[in-house]
Design a protein around this ligand. Structure first.
Ligand code: CA
Length: 470
């Protein structure tokens, strides 16, 4: 007899910010196929990552644990595949499982994908055109555009599967990660128009800790020739050069997104054509958010909203009514337990998130979390972003740049003292003005420090003990 447990199609892109999706109110593009998921299911408006960087977020999603527990704190870390992951638990429970596309958790030894009947992944970051793929350990070059290829392989696996057993497909796109190479089909999109600029493109980083001004991910200054792909026109004013670079960047980024959208449509069409849509949980998310010229930046890493926030769309006709929006706070460490809960499979006791299945009715139940813990470890590595940890509540955000190793070579110009930031998201949603030193917020600071301490202990992390702290 056929196994009627629900299937899961988990589609994750790399660096796709929710403010580049029309279902999230994008001012700069349309994503009709991603919108299909939102229209038939639920859009989560407050989904956050616990560390806004590729490899660590992927480890958090697979294991349902924070990075100090799964050991993947940085881009250079590898996931030790002997850990419990939700795909392994599904596989043990009789699911057919596949992982296709960007893995980025290491290769060889214990770092290859585990818990999958089938895997076919890009090595490392992978290429946009004619990528090398690792098909169950065998490397070969596959001709074509990576987003199309990953979808083709995913659909091929779906067609060849055993129709009598439920499945988990993890379809992970490389796009729209830097260096934002579009395919031929979308190369001319936006050719004759200007994409609207974000309000904070010309942020001057005043009224914040030193970290914002120190970061080297400015559209105006830090993009490479490879990123821009065209020589900068001569004779532009400084502001006009920034505007020109923003257009170069955002147009290629959105062209990559357009290809994802088309390819998500192909997967949705397949589920419709095969009569699988009613029995399949479809998720679209990204490993973190991204700065789309916001604060004058590209990239991510910071605990600021554009980077912290993940898109998360979920279609599941058995339990979610069409067109729902949920503002309850959910985290990447919750995904594993949520899927297991929906499938009736026990979670592992090591997992540290919470199943948000109770939120699928639309509202967060009494007692649902109202704060979250965040930590970015890669001090000064790539883009010179300071390590930090912090707490976000429904209204406020407290960030601590803990000055880990600020005495290391090359950082002589940086402050060696830890610094705090506090944002009141109700009054300052763009996070342009830290009120940490404002006496009116003294009580809020005190409460948030206590909450940060509570959350840090609860997840088993430890504060960084700065030498200058008494
Ligand atoms: Ca990423």
């Amino acid at each position: 007899m056929a196994d009627k447990r629900p299937n899961i199609v988990f589609i994750m892109s790399d660096d796709h910010a929710s403010h580049a999706m029309s279902c999230y109110g994008s001012r700069i593009n349309t994503t009709p196929n991603l919108d299909r998921i939102a229209e038939a299911g639920m859009r989560f408006d407050n989904c956050f990552c616990t560390n806004s960087i590729c490899t660590p977020s992927r480890a958090a999603i697979l294991t349902g644990t924070y990075n100090h527990v799964n050991g993947v704190t940085t881009l250079a870390s590898q996931l030790d595949g002997r850990q419990v992951t939700f795909p392994k638990l599904l596989h043990s429970a009789g699911y057919q499982t596949a992982m296709v596309g960007k893995w980025h958790l290491g290769h060889g030894g214990h770092a290859d994908p585990t818990g999958f009947d089938y895997w076919n992944v890009l090595p490392g970051q992978g290429l946009y055109h004619d990528p090398e793929m690792i098909d169950m350990g065998e490397r070969s070059v596959v001709e074509g555009y990576t987003t199309d290829i990953i979808t083709d392989i995913s659909l091929g696996w779906l067609r060849d599967r055993d129709p009598d057993r439920p499945f988990l497909l993890m379809c992970h796109h490389k796009a729209p990660h830097r260096p934002w190479d579009p395919d031929d089909k979308h190369a001319d999109m936006y050719e004759d128009e200007d994409v609207p600029e974000p309000e904070t493109l010309f942020d001057d980083y005043a009224n914040r800790a030193a970290a914002a001004a120190a970061a080297k991910m400015r559209v105006s200054r830090d993009m490479t020739d490879r990123d821009l792909k065209q020589p900068v026109p001569e004779g532009l004013t400084a502001d006009d050069e920034t505007r020109w670079k923003y257009q170069r960047y955002i147009k290629d980024y959105l062209r990559c997104v357009a290809s994802i959208d088309d390819n998500v449509g192909r997967i949705l069409d397949y589920l419709d054509d095969e009569g699988l849509a009613d029995d399949t949980i479809v998720v679209y998310t990204s490993d973190q958010g991204f700065f789309l010229g916001d604060h004058g930046w590209y990239d991510k890493r910071f605990m600021y909203e554009e980077s912290l926030r993940m898109p998360f769309l979920m279609r599941y006709p058995r339990e979610i009514d069409a067109g729902q929006v949920c503002d309850g706070m959910i985290l990447n460490v919750d995904f594993a337990q949520t899927f297991l809960d929906c499938l009736g499979i026990d979670a592992d006791e090591r997992m540290q998130g919470s199943s948000f299945r109770p939120l699928m009715g639309g509202d967060a139940p009494d007692g649902w979390r109202t704060s979250m813990y965040y930590r970015y470890w890669m001090h000064l590595a790539h883009h010179h972003v300071y390590a930090h940890y912090g707490v976000r509540t429904l209204r406020h955000k407290l960030i601590y740049y803990y000055a880990d190793g600020m005495d290391q070579p090359g950082s002589a110009d940086d402050t060696k003292e830890p610094e705090w930031e506090l944002f009141d998201l109700e009054h300052d949603p763009m996070e342009l003005n830290s009120v940490y030193h404002d006496p009116a917020y003294a009580d809020v600071v005190k409460q948030l420090k206590a909450e940060l301490d509570r959350l840090q202990r609860r997840v088993g992390d430890e504060p960084y003990d700065h030498p200058s702290a008494s």
